[in-house]
Design a protein around this ligand. Structure first.
Ligand SMILES: Cc1ncc(C[n+]2csc(CCOP(=O)(O)OP(=O)(O)O)c2C)c(N)n1
Ligand SMILES: [Mg+2]
Length: 341
């Protein structure tokens, strides 16, 4: 148990940085991410949503904990497994559902779908289907903000697979050289599709040591523990705001197959995800930690989130479909786009 949870959020103890209200807010955020993704999976299975998607079930604590340390004006970029980051950064969930339904009310006008959520108003610069493709965006955004005299940071969520991309190492070194306010969050879920992370990098924590060797401030954190993630993220975001780049390796677990269409039983034990969830679910872990005292408040959050998700999903589905003629909007640079760029 982290110091914070032993303190005001838990059973009493040493100095805490996270109080009960903040812990409840982290809980709500994780339940909302889970609720949105379970709804998306259900809609796919019922044939009401098409395409595929990459569930972040089991990884909610990383998205919720990191984004809790951010301001609205801080920038986040994400990858193909990005719904949790989008929700945690504050994108309205109706806009996310509408995007996945291909509706014109979607955050990307229904043109982007699951891997191209984008919402400037929330500081969400976008997901990216190219492994580690969002990282140079965040690095550039961070550097630009520093050049403009702002104190906002850029945060890039990448997977362990993203750490095997050359661009990751380039951005890391450039951000260090320019002292850019960038936080790289590597969600190490142990797999890059079917490739075991340990085969490439060694045990969890090894990626942190590789980054440490560059002189960039680095932390390894248990991504099942949302309070530990939130505390670590707060320190690293502050470091980025005031000093320079920071790196977090967040150890998580991918509960679902790589995507909806992935036969994961070919490279890991059948039902490995479900078995993990039963013993390590970050949502249940926080519930247990907060204890009976908060039982009613937690139940209320569960009910409110369920209602919010159902309403958002229904409203999104009822919205008009994106017309075919809109398909090429925002693809080519126009004077209007350039002006808003
Ligand atoms: C440059 C590039 N290479 C390969 C792929 C195919 N691909 C999509 S997701 C993925 C695995 C990514 O693993 P990781 O970064 O660990 O993220 P996770 O899926 O585990 O969340 C791969 C290889 C891609 N999209 N882009
Ligand atoms: Mg991975």
């Amino acid at each position: 148990m982290s110091r914070a949870a032993e303190g005001r959020a838990g059973a009493g103890g040493a100095a805490a940085t996270i109080d009960v209200d903040q812990a409840l807010s982290l809980y709500r955020q994780m339940v909302l991410i889970r609720g949105v993704e379970v709804e998306i999976e259900t809609l796919h299975k019922r044939g009401r949503m098409t395409g595929s998607f990459h569930s972040s079930m089991g990884q909610e604590a990383c998205a919720a904990g990191v984004c809790a340390a951010l301001r609205q004006s801080d920038i986040v970029t994400s990858n193909h497994r990005g719904h949790g980051h989008a929700v945690a950064k504050g994108i309205p969930i109706e806009g996310i559902f509408a995007e996945l339904f291909g509706r014109s009310t979607g955050v990307s006008g229904g043109r982007g779908g699951s891997m191209h959520l984008h919402h400037r108003e929330s500081g969400f610069l976008g997901e990216n289907a190219i492994v580690a493709g969002g990282l140079p965006w965040a690095g550039g955004a961070a550097w630009a903000r520093k050049k403009r005299g702002l104190t906002d940071v850029g945060v890039a969520f990448i997977g362990d697979g993203g750490f095997a991309q050359g661009v990751t190492h380039e951005v890391l070194l450039m951000a260090r050289y320019w002292e850019a306010p960038l936080v790289i969050v590597c969600e190490n879920n142990g797999l890059a599709h079917s490739m075991a992370s340990e085969r490439l990098f060694g045990e969890p924590g090894s990626i942190t040591r590789i980054v440490e060797a560059t002189g960039v401030r680095s932390e390894f954190v248990d991504g099942r523990d949302v309070i530990a993630v939130a505390e670590t993220a707060a320190a690293m975001v502050e470091h980025a705001r005031t000093v320079g780049p920071a790196f977090i390796e967040c150890q998580v677990f991918r509960v679902k197959p790589h995507s909806l269409s992935d036969p994961d039983y070919r490279y890991r034990e059948k039902d490995a995800g479900q078995a993990w969830l039963e013993t390590h679910d970050p949502i249940l872990a926080l519930r247990r930690r907060l204890g009976e005292d908060q039982g009613e408040a937690l139940d209320r959050i569960d009910a409110e989130v369920a209602e919010e998700v159902a309403a958002a999903s229904a409203a999104a589905e009822a919205a008009p479909q994106t017309p075919v003629e809109a398909a090429l909007e925002n693809v080519y640079l126009t004077a209007e786009l350039n002006k808003n760029g």
